[in-house]
Design a protein around this ligand. Structure first.
Ligand code: FAD
Ligand code: EPU
Length: 338
């Protein structure tokens, strides 16, 4: 166990904050023994993956447990599909590249999302028309209270837009140790998302030339054109969720803002684009001190150097209020505030 660990290099916002105690766990056995032997009931704990979906607003007065469990194992395989059990500490994008290179379809639209496999069910990560919930068959966890192994089926996880039971009812109660994915060997390419189609055209790719590799490359190119690389500019991706509003609210707003992007949801209501709402309130590209709102994507808050987590949190509060005032729409933070 390390005391007073600086977390600056372990979060993609690049915020300096110290953990009172820190430990990394490298195998299921090590993790299980650790949780069996430690009584953490009175401890503040934070499970850490790649640190790409957190904002540290203060030093962490508790124990940070970094998940470094690696391994990719084939559980089942036939000519149509493959089932892979992947250690929570595997890097997400490296796992996607492994699938793309081996012809396992499903995750290619989720290329270049930072972070580790273990956090992917937590947040139900998504991009370009795909959510990870559509590929997960099981999540293996360790109960933090007693070290026992607990399996969650896809249904048990209660997946929703950027949410799951691990982020809501069972927050901080289970250490995700591995995720099992069912992938297809017969790709059904999802390229309806406007930007992917036009990027493929730019790349000179015709329908008969589609492959997992070119779809992945198209997604990577689009992402690089608007999202900041955390190695260069600190950030945690979209800071807010895209808000979901009722049909009535949508109709009212659409009358006033004819160019407002919105997606009709199958169950009713509309998902609005938080980036558009934030841009229209004038925040896009706003800079103050060493932090601000990304110039190319208003949904991304950035740390250009040594901003504090509190400064960025305060900026997010001001953005929430502006959007509420102008559109009467309540934004919700997507990033985990610590
Ligand atoms: P962390 O930030 O380490 O943790 C996130 C949360 O999960 C925390 O609450 C943590 O306690 C919990 N957690 C992590 N690991 C475990 C575990 N093993 N067991 C239990 N709890 C755990 N997300 C998208 O969905 N789509 C995108 O397109 C996208 N683009 C991004 C682009 C950029 C540039 C950045 C910086 C982020 C982006 N994100 C995106 C957000 C982020 O990459 C994902 O949420 C990612 O899954 C976080 O993984 P992580 O390992 O870094 O999690
Ligand atoms: N828009 C603006 N101004 C902006 C940003 C966006 O007007 O500054 C408009 C765009 O023109 C477009 C719409 O908003 O009409 C949607 O923009 P975009 O396609 O860039 O996607 P997003 O809704 O901003 C979501 C996810 C991303 C994911 C992309 C691609 C959320 C909160 N964000 O962003 O996920 O990569 O779609 O699928 O759902 C993340 O979760 O961290 C993340 C980056």
């Amino acid at each position: 166990m390390i005391q007073q660990k600086n977390l600056k290099s372990l979060n993609t916002f690049g915020i300096e904050a110290f953990a009172k105690q820190f430990i990394d766990l490298k195998s299921f056995e090590e993790a299980s023994v650790f949780f069996k032997s430690e009584d953490l009931s009175d401890q503040n704990i934070l499970i850490l993956g790649g640190g790409s979906n957190l904002l540290l607003t203060q030093d962490f007065n508790g124990l940070v447990i970094q998940n470094l469990l690696k391994d990719i194992a084939v559980i089942e395989e036939n000519e149509d599909s493959i089932t892979l059990k992947v250690g929570a500490g595997e890097n997400w994008h490296e796992f996607v590249m492994y699938c793309v290179n081996n012809g396992y379809a499903g995750v290619e639209n989720l290329s270049l999302i930072p972070g580790n496999v273990g956090a992917s069910p937590m947040q139900n990560i998504g991009a370009y028309g795909v959510e990870v919930k559509d590929l997960i068959s099981e999540v293996e966890t360790i109960n933090i209270e007693d070290g026992s192994k607990v399996l969650f089926s896809n249904e048990d996880c209660q997946f929703d837009y950027r949410s799951s039971i691990f982020k809501t009812k069972l927050k901080n109660q289970y250490f995700i140790s591995a995720v099992t994915f069912r992938l297809s060997k017969k790709p059904a390419f999802k390229i309806e998302y406007g930007a992917i189609k036009s990027q493929l055209v730019n790349m000179g790719i015709t329908d008969d030339q589609l492959s997992l590799k070119v779809v992945s490359e198209a997604v990577i190119t689009i992402r690089k054109s608007k999202l900041p690389d955390p190695k260069e500019i600190g950030n945690s991706g979209s800071f807010f969720k895209n808000p979901i509003v009722s049909d009535a609210t949508f109709e009212k707003l659409k009358k006033k803002y004819k160019d407002m992007p919105a997606y009709q949801l199958p169950k009713g209501g509309y998902k609005l684009a938080a980036g558009w709402l934030i841009e229209k309130t004038g925040w896009k590209g706003y800079t103050e001190g060493e932090y601000g709102v990304h110039k190319k994507q208003a949904l991304v808050l950035v740390n250009y150097g040594n901003a504090s987590g509190l400064e960025i949190y305060d900026l997010s509060e001001r953005i929430l209020q502006s959007v509420k005032q102008k559109f009467d729409v309540q934004l919700e933070r997507e990033v985990n505030i610590i």
